[in-house]
Ligand binder design. Structure first.
Ligand SMILES: C[S@@+](CC[C@H](N)C(=O)[O-])C[C@H]1O[C@@H](n2cnc3c(N)ncnc32)[C@H](O)[C@@H]1O
Length: 473
């Protein structure tokens, strides 16, 4: 009953007063409402609804109670020290010398957070450079808090966390309190901004959104985080409150320092995350974008020159492309059937390898797999690739069959030609050896002939001389 009355109250605020509190955690809201109701001595949500209807100004007071503006300079000091030591120098180092830097304090309440940021940048860059290069944005949904932030006037009890030398350097002590450095204050653009429904500021290098997310329910936190993701530059940083965690299982930010809640923008996002960070108003474009991507993948799968098929985690056929249908004679009737009952599943060792992929979730390559058919033999290289869902569950396996029969034949031909070549080369060597021997024999015969010739010449000469002598006598 109380719940229903509470919902009616929220409904009235949303539709009749333009004040949408439905994204806030109900438990927190109920506590804040109870607090206010106690102050004005109202004991039921129903009566409070009547009170709101008859006292229009009550809505402002209620909002004041709901929007908890508690804040402080350098709130959670350790985290700010880390920011000063590690993050701000990184941001500055990533920039060209005069390149502007953009900083956004979202849900800044009465401004202490944005002034803390200015001090750190002024310390890192020097006041003049900070004035020239850094643009600060400070936003909140609470106009009254923003008014205080713009004034930049703080009481002594509020500045106790500021180191004395900074207090002296960046504040002027007046009778009313401490006033922040007026020139530096002018680097800030203040604005009323609702984290849930307003478009984010863009191209931000450092975004602080501290101690605001905790007040929202899980769905609304996701919406806000999607907007903050959009706001950041690719190398930008997000600084959350100490008690805040990224609730999504696959967060769109990656931790830089978990303890201090400093995150970098996540860039390697899956389809789920892309859908999550795409603003709701753009869902249609997101689906069109997705649909066209799916179409591109489908076409790539269908027109692949290789036979490809996919099985589910139970090894049943989910899809096969044209090449696979033609090669293995698959038809639509085979979809849903266990792979082992189909031709590709009967190829030696395939099913065993699928079990292996199922077990250790790693891709497997099978080389030279022989597929004997009655009148021919085909050889394949088979690649089995596991497919995972965005939450890392094995949902499918992709099988690609590369027909290497032609290569295999060429290999065999090459082997044969090499053997033939070796044989010819042997014969050639033998012939050469015979030739060499014949050549040597010929040479020695020639030498012998030359000797015989010389001897004959000698004999001939001697014979002439003898004949001459004989003739003389
Ligand atoms: C607890 S304060 C945090 C202030 C400061 N960020 C800090 O951490 O010290 C929470 C602030 O969130 C603001 N807030 C609540 N709902 C908001 C919304 N929907 N959009 C923007 N700011 C909101 C409140 O007005 C309040 O100023």
């Amino acid at each position: 009953m109380a719940d229903r009355e509470f919902e009616a109250l929220l409904d009235y605020l949303k539709h009749s007063r333009g004040c949408d509190l439905t994204g806030y955690k109900h438990s927190t809201l109920m506590r804040r409402f109870a607090h206010r109701m106690q102050e004005i001595k109202i004991d039921s949500y129903r009566n409070y609804l009547h009170y709101l209807q008859s006292h229009p100004e009550e809505c402002i007071t209620l909002l004041d109670t709901v929007l908890i503006n508690v804040t402080a300079f350098f709130r959670d000091r350790d985290a700010w020290d880390y920011l000063a030591k590690e993050i701000i120098p990184q941001i500055i180092a990533s920039k060209e010398l005069q390149e502007p830097i953009r900083v956004w304090s979202a849900a800044c309440a009465s401004g202490q957070e944005v002034y803390s940021l200015i001090i750190l940048f002024a310390e890192a860059l020097g006041i003049e450079s900070c004035l020239q290069r850094v643009k600060f944005y400070a936003t909140d949904v609470d106009d009254a808090a923003l008014g205080q932030a713009r004034q930049a006037l703080y009481q002594p009890r509020e500045v106790t966390e500021i180191p004395p030398d900074w207090l002296e350097k960046y504040f002027e002590q007046t009778e009313q309190g401490y006033i922040f450095h007026p020139r530096l204050r002018r680097t800030i653009v203040f604005g009323c901004h609702n984290l849930v429904s307003d478009a984010p500021i863009s191209k931000i290098d450092l975004l602080t959104c501290r101690n605001a997310l905790i007040y929202f329910n899980a769905d609304t936190q996701k919406t806000i985080l999607a907007r903050l993701h959009f706001a950041l530059k690719n190398n930008g940083f997000l600084f959350l409150g100490k008690a805040e965690t990224l609730i999504s299982q696959r967060p769109i930010f990656t931790p830089v320092n978990l303890k201090d809640r400093i995150y970098a923008k996540g860039l390697k996002l899956g389809v789920d995350e892309h859908l999550q960070i795409t603003p709701r108003t753009h869902k249609k474009q997101a689906f069109d974008f997705l649909a066209s991507h799916v179409r591109i993948w489908e076409t790539a799968f269908e027109t692949s020159p290789f036979a490809q098929l996919a099985v589910d985690s139970n090894s049943c056929l989910i899809m096969a492309n044209e090449q696979a249908n033609a090669l293995f004679g698959l038809t639509l009737n085979d979809v849903g059937r266990p792979l082992r009952t189909l031709k590709p599943g009967q190829i030696l060792s395939l099913c065993k390898s699928i079990q292996q992929v199922n077990g250790d979730h790693c891709p497997v390559t099978l080389k030279n797999v022989e597929w004997r058919m009655p009148n021919c033999t085909t050889y394949f290289d088979i690649f089995i690739t596991p497919v995972f869902s965005s939450d890392a569950h094995l949902i499918s396996m992709n099988l690609t069959f590369t027909d290497i029969t032609e290569n295999k034949h060429l290999e065999k031909k090459l082997e044969h030609t090499n053997l033939e070549l070796a044989r010819v080369s042997n014969t050639l060597e033998e012939t050469q050896a015979t030739l060499d021997t014949t050549h040597a024999e010929l040479e020695s015969t020639q030498q012998e002939l030359e000797t015989v010739y010389e001897e004959m010449q000698f004999i001939d000469t001697n014979a002439s001389q003898l004949k001459k002598r004989f003739d003389k006598n």
